[in-house]
Design a protein around this ligand. Structure first.
Ligand code: DQA
Length: 156
């Protein structure tokens, strides 16, 4: 019996948010991002959550404001957010402020290792208001993000 199964509260509500261009996964620069589509990644996440007290909501938007709205709505309705903000990671003060204002513990994730890429990807506007970052493991970053969210929710 894993520690996560000891959680005896309500179901953990985890919101996965995906930013711009992640709808193109599968065909988008497969050498960097792999060949899985976002739907494949969602299936993998749901598979990992299955049979556990976890409720997954999985969304994507190319619009910064829509992501801001979803983060705002997570306050009081979700226990954690797992966020691949994509390019907005490196540009968006609005997303940073939304995470901060919502107070919902947020895990920053990236498929690629952003620190091994161009210098402009080394800075994250959201890192300081996130609980931590997972970067460089492809679909594994999403699965690790899920586990990180569970750990944060359980206060382990
Ligand atoms: C990304 C990394 C970002 O730098 C990039 O803009 C993306 C995807 C990743 O998952 O590796 O769109 O967040």
């Amino acid at each position: 019996m894993g520690w996560f199964q000891d959680f005896d509260g309500e179901r953990m509500k985890i919101l996965f948010l995906n930013g711009p261009n992640l709808n193109l996964l599968g065909t988008r620069e497969p050498g960097i991002y792999g060949t899985l589509t976002l739907a494949d990644i969602e299936r993998a996440v749901r598979g990992r959550a299955e049979g556990r007290k976890i409720e997954v909501d999985f969304r994507q938007s190319n619009h910064e404001g829509e992501l801001v709205t979803w983060i705002q709505e997570a306050r009081g309705t979700r226990d954690a957010i797992v966020l691949n903000a994509a390019a907005y990671t490196h540009t968006s003060v609005a997303l940073r402020d939304a995470i901060s204002a919502s107070g919902v513990p947020t895990i920053e994730i990236h498929l690629s290792n952003v620190h091994a890429r161009e210098a402009f990807r080394h800075h994250s506007h959201i890192a300081a208001v996130c609980r931590g970052q997972v970067s460089g493991f492809g679909v594994g970053s999403y699965l690790l993000g899920l586990e990180a969210a569970v750990i944060v929710i359980e206060g382990a």
